[in-house]
Design a binder for this molecule. Sequence first.
Ligand SMILES: O=S(=O)(O)/C=C/c1cc(Br)ccc1O
Ligand SMILES: [Zn+2]
Length: 231
Amino acid sequence: SLQHKDANLHPLWKGPLDVPGGSRQSPINIRVRDSVFHPNLAPISTQYDPNTCLHIWNNGYSFLVEYDDCTNKSVVSGGPLENPFRLKQFHFHWGVNNDWGSEHTVDSKVFPAELHLVHWNCTKYRTFEEAVMEDNGLVVIGVFLKLGRRNEKLQKLVDILPSVRYKDALTEFNYFDPSGLLPACSDYWTYSGSLTTPPLTESVTWIIMKKPIEVDHSQVILVHQVFVTDL
Ligand SMILES: O=S(=O)(O)/C=C/c1cc(Br)ccc1O
Ligand SMILES: [Zn+2]
């Protein structure tokens, strides 16, 4: 029973003011006191095969690490999900400084960055592209990043970023285990929402991890310095 933040009020929103028929637009502000604990909700289960990692590329908005989604080797299941959803890609949202960056907020607290792991309903649909546009098509796991200790699991990603500095750059990246980017605590919030980037379709079951992961200054600054999107 989390409130839906109106897209108009989202500080960074530059797109059309009103998404036609938008009744469950993401991101939202998670008001912890409004969340309802469901004791019978199972834990989220991720099984990721690091060998399904394909490449990293810059789509002009973020850098995406894409996975081979032709098999069920890398999936999320459990929690509120009725069947496994295949990992397609993960990407980050960050700001030009550490005062803002995350899309979701927790009791109005903004984090310096937010990781999104995008999965699609391979039981109900045949492709990711189809699932994006359909009901119950996607599951996105959101993980907040906060400044703290150096994150060794992230360093391999930070080191390769200079190679995808410009829009449409792509680099082979053939072994990466995204479960290393999940917090140790398995507590999560879940709500029905939408993609936060075009096509903004309301096809997403969001699973937001309650605890952030930590990264240190040098890792975040590198993203700020290296990553130029509009060239
Ligand atoms: O809601 S988000 O996970 O931020 C949207 C993700 C996303 C959706 C498509 Br479709 C293509 C690239 C993307 O990064
Ligand atoms: Zn995202």
